[in-house]
Design a protein around this ligand. Structure first.
Ligand code: SF4
Length: 229
């Protein structure tokens, strides 16, 4: 496992956690290579340009009166050695924690849940599980993804599942297949995000046009109907 590297921080974000303002901490390293990823620097995870853990913790402590939540994002946080200890240190400050994850490390996820280190989990579902490697850029054990999904659902912590729709990589039916799969598990909170051609890991993805407003509305409505039935 790579060492935990803090590659960036947003002090106050209004969009990363629906419950309120959170600081966002970006950890370097990822075991996926999603071609549409726009966090190239985090995936590459070079050793330079890291923030000191102690400085970050002191900063969170100093501003905890105003910002009571922290989103841990990446990269993929669960591949980092020392993630648990880092979250314990954040807990000691008295902050709530949200984890963004690709769900590939169910054992780590369960450990963090069992130690009461998470208040909210946002897990990416890259596409239908039947052909998962296509979306992740690497072969993925889909049993692990399912294991993470099930662990999150029964964890008792707040959660959301989300898929980034990439025209050309996904069909609309792919999204509806994910929605049907989650509905069968009685999931309530599934979100679609919209691909933007920005700093993509696979350079040719820079040529993909973002989805039109009209198509986005149509997809959102269709997914909503699946969960309504
Ligand atoms: S989009 Fe994919 S490659 Fe990029 S950080 Fe997330 S899981 Fe890793």
């Amino acid at each position: 496992m790579p060492e935990l590297r803090i590659k960036g921080m947003i002090e106050t974000s209004f969009i990363d956690w629906s419950e309120g303002i959170s600081s966002v901490i970006f950890l370097g390293g990822c075991n996926f290579r999603c071609p549409f990823c726009h966090n190239r620097e985090l995936v590459e995870n070079k050793p330079d340009g890291c923030m000191e853990q102690e400085w970050v913790l002191n900063h969170l402590k100093k501003y905890k009166t105003w910002v009571e939540r922290v989103t841990i994002s990446g990269g993929e946080p669960t591949v980092c050695n020392g993630l648990g200890d880092f979250l314990v240190a954040i807990r000691k400050i008295g902050l709530s924690i949200k984890l963004d994850t690709n769900g590939s490390k169910p054992a780590m996820l369960k450990e963090l849940i069992n130690k009461c280190l998470l208040d909210y989990v946002a897990m990416d579902i890259k596409g239908p599980l039947s052909n998962y490697g296509k979306y992740c850029g690497v072969e993925v054990d889909k049993g692990r993804i399912e294991d993470s999904i099930d662990a999150i659902i029964k964890s008792g912590v707040g959660y959301e599942f989300r898929t980034t729709y990439v025209p050309g990589l996904h069909s609309e039916d792919d999204l509806y297949a994910v929605a049907e799969y989650l509905k069968a598990k009685e999931v309530k909170n599934y979100k679609i995000q919209w691909f933007q051609p920005k700093n993509t890991l696979e350079p040719s993805y820079m040529d993909i046009k973002p989805v039109s407003k009209q198509t986005a509305e149509h997809i959102k409505k269709s997914v909503g109907l699946i969960f309504k039935d």
